[in-house]
Design a protein. Structure first.
Length: 468
């Protein structure tokens, strides 16, 4: 429906489009070399088609973004907003004849307020850059996607991304207080607040978080900050089965514990990490659970958690004594996705989220799917919030294996829905999961979401072909 309303400029040539853009942009902000623009065509997702951009624009100011959107509206040219393109759903993939609007040059931290506990940033700020900057003020910005050294705040907002610490601190949506957004027609709108509380009108801020650039272009964000927590300590617990590890997760959460991190790696992932890093994790390990506390007495909290792991059947529990040992234990988790990629050269990383009580069923189901399709599928999970990352390993040069990989990916999403979960916990819908979004929210839900899209983007020029 959205795509049908968009036409590449017929009366205006690409050169004329470029001229119109250059009227409000510096020359170095407009890229037209096909070899260069092709490098902006897609994000990091597999099996997601990408078109050929007409032009790539790299604005540095809000006014420049407004100019781009006015030109796009006048000429009916689609606009695809991009950050660092670390996404895994095709949400930043170009469409044919589009303007790729890369926001990476808008990378200033505009304000850090220790009293108000907020930071005000442009969308191109790297997550890790912001985190380190606020640490100097004794504060923290908790959302920490695995790609935090590369991904941008704007991209995090667009996909409502999560991270390792979500079990205690929550996801990006819980830290976005207010936004400045350039709408499809070039108007600038402010949403939300910079105060600790505020309930004036509809919560349009939350509406934009996770909208994948389909409703407007985020050009400024007011982000909530937390006091910097104490240094965390980590515990590793080995289990003879994934079911036992998931039982431990349930005991931990039922017991009221609030770890700062609770991560699970299945046997396939553990063996892949061993093969890549030579970390000498026990090959008999069927599941490895990593937990951390950043409380005033983390050692005591780890001891209590370790006892629950042992009660659930842990074969070995290893608590770290200090920050250096904690970091060593976390290296296995941080190496997992790279290790799984090394198995076959290409991966599809799912992010199905299920209720914590069904985590064991999810992992066992993925094992059955791997056997059915004769594939290596490793599972790493943010176990504390039920967000699993089944990672399908395949040879991209083998057509049959590629087909089986795609089929297994879809079956994993179906399994997640059967278990009462959702098709995406933090990666977004993009191109990859459009069909599955419709299945999850149903026809009435799709109708209402398309109606919202029509209000903000009546011409359908903002990131067309995504979500629906």
């Amino acid at each position: 429906m959205i795509m049908s309303r968009i036409e590449a400029p017929r009366d205006e040539s690409v050169s004329n489009l470029t001229d119109r853009l250059l009227a409000g942009l510096p020359a170095d902000a407009v890229l037209v070399d096909p070899d260069v623009t092709a490098s902006y065509a897609n994000d990091m997702a597999s099996f997601c088609p990408a078109g050929t951009p007409a032009v790539v624009v790299l604005p540095r100011t809000v006014e420049q973004v407004q100019h781009v959107m006015r030109v796009a509206t006048e000429l009916r040219v689609p606009v695809v907003p991009q950050g660092a393109r670390t996404g895994l759903s095709g949400g930043a993939n170009a469409t044919d004849g589009c303007i790729v609007l890369s926001l990476t040059k808008m990378d200033r931290i505009l304000e850090i307020s220790p009293v108000d506990r907020i930071a005000v940033t442009e969308p191109g700020v790297i997550n890790a850059t912001l985190s380190r900057a606020v640490e100097e003020h004794g504060l923290s910005y908790p959302p920490d996607p695995s790609s935090w050294e590369m991904c941008t705040i704007g991209g995090n907002i667009g996909t409502a991304s999560g991270g390792l610490c979500c079990v205690k601190y929550g996801v990006t949506a819980e830290y976005v207080l207010g936004l400045d957004v350039v709408l499809a027609d070039g108007r600038l709108m402010s949403t939300g607040r910079r105060t600790a509380k505020g309930v004036a009108g509809y919560d349009l801020t939350r509406l934009f978080v996770g909208s994948e650039g389909s409703l407007g272009i985020v050009v400024r964000a007011v982000l909530a900050l937390k006091p910097k927590p104490p240094q965390q300590l980590v515990l590793a617990a080995e289990f003879g089965s994934a079911a036992a590890a998931c039982d431990a997760v349930c005991r931990i959460m039922e017991g009221g514990h609030v770890p700062s991190l609770l991560e699970l790696m299945d046997r396939t992932t553990v063996r892949a990490v061993n093969a890549l890093t030579r970390m000498d994790l026990p090959e008999s390990t069927e599941a490895l659970l990593l937990a951390a506390f950043d409380t005033p007495d983390p050692a005591a909290d780890l001891a209590a958690l370790g006892a629950l792991c042992e009660a659930a059947g842990a074969t070995q529990v290893v608590p770290a004594d200090d920050a250096a040992e904690s970091e060593l234990l976390l290296q296995a988790r941080r190496s997992s996705l790279v290790a799984l990629e090394a198995v076959k050269g290409t991966t599809m990383i799912d992010d199905v989220c299920v209720p914590r009580s069904r985590l064991g069923d999810m992992i066992e189901g993925v094992e059955r799917i791997a056997e059915k399709y004769r594939l290596t599928i490793g599972v790493v999970a943010h176990a504390g919030d039920g967000n699993t990352h089944p990672t399908v390993c395949f040879d991209a040069q083998d057509p049959d294996e590629c087909a089986r990989a795609r089929e297994s990916f879809d079956e994993i999403m179906a399994l997640g829905l059967e278990l009462g979960g959702t098709i995406t916990g933090e990666h977004g819908v993009g191109v990859l999961k459009k069909e599955w979004l419709a299945r999850e929210i149903g026809p009435v839900g799709v109708e209402m979401q398309r109606a919202v899209k029509d209000v903000f983007d009546p011409l359908g020029i903002l990131n067309p072909g995504k979500l629906f």
